[in-house]
Design a protein around this ligand. Structure first.
Ligand code: SF4
Length: 468
């Protein structure tokens, strides 16, 4: 993602077990609610208790499935996945759910997160070359399952054996013909929630997906927990030793939907609190507060509320543009941002503007945006960012692994002011961010350099990619 303004998200997962009910449409709607977590491919696997059916392809959820696909996806249990490729290329074979056949048992797996030990896991399995993390995981599980084909709880047992060999971030939905399983890694980097629906159970990356299918939120799958749903009901298992919870704090900053609830805190309210605190930490003498839509909106509202400066929507977002594709020339790149955002001169002309964004990753888009505001008549641009400087690579499922591309890793604030062409720049402090997102343990590694787990294998791989 060479010139994208934001870190790429690493997938959305959904699972459902609904006795006596066809589930393909519910999974489809669940994936719709999770489309923001990955737009490169989508897939659904279902089972009627005997046969597992899988449909997946590159593209958005609305493009991948039509009525005939959903009709063919028969059964009362299933999983779904939307993918953003942080490991492995964006090819059909890397689309998820990943699938294996072990004798008469079919298994499918959907993954959100990144493993930090794919090399050693591949070596352990005797696999050469680089596949996706999900492929490695499903292979590791299938190998264990091979010895347990006759065991009715074979998949559950195979997972208990395989899971401790996975390191890093993984929220998983896994199924065979008869059961649905959800797993969250010991630190719980990525979210996974559990809901109920008409006597059945639903798993999803975010509560917004539960809302869309009419499920009732029950609780989060806890870090280090595995939940198994089958004809006997739901049970909870602990395959890992206990560890400190470390939910990705960037879920609150940018990734999660504003209508989702994480750790008991609504995401929009947390973003608003970030903006409120930002106004206290970095006041500005200005006429209007303008958000970068859409994730910057709640923070801009909080900033306006605390500062008393009028809130103004001065950037119009084209709702129908997803990702922009490879833009080879500067001229086309400039147009790329106008495809997504267009300024309203009548609002901006002659005004001193506080521009509120949730994060700056590479900086090139922010620079274009600030230039665009000035061209539209803004007399001053004061940039305020509702998270701390993004300085360190993420190895837990965000596509920002190259530190040399991170603006804040290369420049101090004065240099960034110059580069971005703004009158002033202020970032929310780490404490300000943590105070805004409520209680709980968080990963802040990309902001603090404090990695909750050993990432030496991932760091080594990154160094090799740079010299290679
Ligand atoms: S490093 Fe940053 S983006 Fe990655 S999991 Fe931690 S907080 Fe989230």
């Amino acid at each position: 993602m060479p010139d994208s303004p934001k870190p790429g998200e690493a997938c959305g997962v959904f699972g459902i077990y609904a006795p006596g009910k066809p589930v393909s449409h519910l999974i489809y709607y669940g994936l719709f609610a999770l489309q923001h977590r990955g737009q490169e491919s989508a897939g659904i696997a279902t089972s009627d208790g005997e046969t597992l059916t899988l449909v997946k392809d590159l593209g958005l959820v609305s493009h991948v499935f039509d009525e005939s696909d959903l009709a063919a996806l028969d059964g009362h249990l299933g999983i779904g996945h939307t993918r953003y490729s942080t490991t492995g290329s964006n090819s059909w074979s890397n689309a998820q759910p990943a699938h294996r056949q072990v004798g008469h048992i079919s298994i499918a797996l959907g993954h959100n997160g990144n493993l930090t030990n794919p090399g050693s896991l591949a070596a352990e399995l005797g696999i050469k070359g680089s596949g996706s993390d999900s492929d490695l995981m499903v292979e590791a599980i299938a190998r264990r399952l091979d010895d347990r084909r006759s065991d009715d709880r074979g998949l559950e047992m195979a997972l208990m054996e395989a899971l401790p060999s996975f390191r890093g971030a993984f929220s998983l939905v896994v199924m065979d013909q008869g059961r649905l399983i959800g797993v969250r890694d010991p630190h719980g980097f990525r979210p996974l929630v559990l809901g109920s629906l008409d006597g059945g159970w639903v798993l999803a990356s975010e509560t917004a997906a539960l809302d869309l299918v009419g499920a009732t939120f029950q609780r989060e799958v806890e870090p280090g927990e595995m939940v198994v749903v089958d004809a006997q009901g739901l049970r909870s298992v602990r395959p890992f030793p206990p560890a400190e919870p470390r939910l990705c704090v960037f879920e609150f900053v940018y990734f999660a939907r504003p209508d989702s609830v994480l750790g008991g805190t609504n995401v929009a309210m947390a973003r608003r609190a970030m903006g409120f605190r930002l106004a206290e930490e970095h006041p500005a003498d200005a006429d209007i507060v303008v958000p970068v839509p859409e994730s910057g909106i709640p923070a801009a509202q909080g900033y306006a509320q605390r500062s008393g400066i009028a809130y103004a929507d001065a950037l119009v977002k084209n709702r129908y543009v997803g990702r922009t594709f490879i833009e080879p020339t500067q001229e086309l790149r400039d147009r790329g941002i106008r495809l997504k955002l267009n300024p309203i001169s009548a609002v901006l002309s002659g005004r001193r503007v506080v521009l509120v964004d949730d994060s700056i990753v590479r900086g090139s888009t922010t620079r274009q945006l600030c230039r665009m505001l000035r061209e539209a008549g803004a007399s001053e641009v004061h940039l305020r960012v509702s998270s701390p400087p993004y300085r360190w690579p993420c190895f837990y499922g965000m596509d920002t692994s190259d530190r040399s591309q991170l603006l804040a890793a290369r420049m101090d604030v004065d240099e960034m002011v110059e580069y971005l062409g703004v009158d002033s720049l202020g970032y929310l402090s780490l404490q300000g961010l943590l105070d805004s997102v409520g209680p709980g343990g968080f990963c802040t590694a990309c902001l603090s350099g404090d990695y909750p787990t050993d990432v030496s294998e991932a760091v080594g791989k990154l160094a090799l990619e740079h010299t290679g």
